[in-house]
Design a protein around this ligand. Structure first.
Ligand code: GLN
Length: 548
């Protein structure tokens, strides 16, 4: 019953639904985000929704080894890393409402049932759960022209069924030209290099068995799909050949929109959604994206990333932020992985040969000893240093221990019995029982002191960045810590937000996570400042084409 959940089926948006076939990890999110970028370039107001069919209410309680980094939105939403890709590709700020999870949907439906909202009815997946899914998608799309809705997982997964059923219902509730079903699937190569269509056929068959007919197929293969392969897919999957698109491997994810544009995906989508007439003429579409992402690098530098999750996705926003700074300076930033938990010779060597050191955020004790060694190394050897969240906290611990001589100083998170808890729980955290969604989260303003490195980096005396932490610099130690060249140059009330060193070419730590606001066209200031220092150390000059 649509009225029950209060959505208006006549909201005028256009929806592009993106499902995945055959296997996960195909780059479905990047494909969807790239299409969004092209529609943005054509002058449309685009947003996105990521559906995660897991039972967690949000990604905040998940180990990064499972799903990669937990991305943080300005409203404090702890969400799937795909939202980070959408924010970076579309250059928009989203809210938690743009990440629909089964946990959120069921929590709402069960709360409503307990409140008696369903008036004696049997509460069921269809229609109550599917209605709530549709309501969430429609509400997130409100006020935009096109909403891209990516369904996580692979067609056929049991958890995804209610979502696919909700999409099927959508197709009866909206005009045909308001909806487009896009299926991203794997087209593997056989041993003798032939592109095989059978897995795609099966996955489309699966979609059709639940009442969904894709309008567009995007085939992932290292190469472009051969014409006869596209024809075969079209025939078996019942779509026109023009609706079968290639999405070959590219050297950088930011090139995917360019490839899909060459393929004509954006034109086809706009035709099918009946918005082609409203699009900016092709010649007037922003070429900014192309200019930014295809700039030639004129040099390269090595940056050590000292973390504990040996998985690139666990630090994806940091990788992207370094890349954005590199795009601005026209320099390739090679990230050298240093495993803080296994500082063997190879990792030590990477740390020693790097032109800069980044210590990222993290939770728990594992790897902290290695991270502290890395901070010390950077401090003592004048290597540019950027510490983010836990990296900031450990920079303070390292100073307390090795500069001030406060033996055994630590963060109370890592050593509860430390004689010097220089990092301690935020006061409001003491009595908390739940771990989910209870950290200090989201965008907060930091006041920056004049005449500091932080002020030079931001070019301002204020910044607004996103947070995700439970611990902070212990107010009782601030005075003692602020000695021997260490300064807290950014504050939010009595909370210390930025640390820096006067005796060092570039040593900056932030309690917040600047990586969540970095965009290809607007690199994050701390990353740009850091890269400047790294380039100076490596004796690499910035490219000359820089316009920003
Ligand atoms: N574990 C630390 C805290 O909770 C740091 C958090 C982080 O790095 N995101 O304060």
């Amino acid at each position: 019953m649509p009225q029950e959940t209060g959505y208006d089926p006549d909201l005028g948006n256009k929806f592009v639904f993106v499902t995945g076939g055959v296997m996960s990890g195909l780059g479905k999110g990047i494909t969807a985000a790239s299409l969004g970028r092209l529609l943005t370039n054509a002058g449309f107001d685009v947003t996105a929704v990521k559906v995660d069919p897991y039972l967690n209410v949000d990604a905040g309680t998940m180990n990064p080894y499972q799903h990669g980094e937990v991305y943080v939105l300005k409203d404090g939403g702890e969400v799937d890393l795909d939202l980070g890709n959408y924010e970076r590709f579309l250059d928009v700020d989203m809210t938690s409402d743009h990440n629909v999870t089964t946990g959120k949907v069921y929590q709402e439906v069960i709360e409503r049932e307990r409140a008696g909202d369903y008036l004696g009815k049997t509460v069921q997946v269809i229609p109550h759960v599917t209605d709530d899914i549709k309501r969430r998608i429609r509400e997130a799309a409100e006020g935009t022209d096109v909403c891209i809705v990516e369904i996580g997982g692979t067609v056929g997964d049991i958890e995804g069924m209610p979502y696919l059923e909700a999409l099927r219902q959508f197709s009866h509730e909206q005009d045909e030209e308001d909806l487009l079903f896009t299926h991203v699937t794997l087209v593997p190569n056989s041993k003798n290099g032939e592109q095989k269509t059978k897995p795609t056929q099966h996955s489309v068959k699966e979609l059709r068995s639940i009442g969904l007919q894709p309008d567009i197929l995007v085939g992932r293969n290292p190469e472009k799909l051969a014409d006869d392969v596209r024809e075969k897919i079209a025939l078996f999957c019942d779509v026109p050949t023009e609706a079968v698109f290639s999405n070959p491997d590219v050297e950088d994810i930011y090139h995917v929109p360019l490839v899909l544009e060459d393929e004509g995906l954006d034109e086809y989508v706009m035709e099918r959604l009946a918005i082609a007439e409203d699009a900016l003429p092709a010649a007037e579409r922003s070429t900014e994206w192309r200019d930014i992402v295809t700039r030639d690098a004129t040099g390269e530098v090595d940056v050590a990333l000292v973390g504990k999750y040996a998985l690139e996705d666990a630090y994806i926003s940091i990788h992207e932020s370094l890349k954005h700074a590199g795009l601005e300076k026209q320099v390739d930033v090679n990230v050298q992985w240093v495993d803080a938990d296994e500082m063997g010779d190879e990792h030590e060597e990477r740390l020693r040969t790097a032109d800069g050191v980044v210590v990222p955020g993290g939770f728990g004790a594992r790897g902290t000893a290695g991270k502290l060694d890395a901070v010390r190394y950077a401090r003592e050897h004048d290597v540019p240093f950027l510490g983010l969240c836990l990296g900031f906290q450990l920079a303070v611990v390292e100073h307390a221990r090795n500069v001030l001589g406060l033996e055994g100083a630590h963060s109370a998170e890592i050593d509860q019995d430390t004689p010097h808890p220089v990092i301690d729980l935020l006061p409001e955290q003491y009595d908390l029982e739940d771990l989910g969604g209870t950290m200090r989260l989201g965008a907060h303003v930091t006041e920056i002191d004049e005449g500091t490195l932080a002020e030079r980096v931001y070019g301002a005396t204020e910044c607004t960045e996103r947070h995700r932490h439970r611990y902070e610099v212990n107010p009782e130690y601030i005075e003692r810590l602020t000695a021997d060249d260490l300064t807290f140059s950014g504050h939010a009330g009595n909370r210390m937000e930025i640390v820096e060193r006067e005796d060092h070419p570039f040593f900056l730590g932030t309690q917040f996570h600047p990586e969540f606001r970095s965009r290809p066209s607007r690199a994050s200031p701390p990353f740009v400042g850091f890269l400047d220092a790294v380039m100076e150390r490596a004796d690499v000059a910035a490219g000359t084409e820089v316009t920003q």
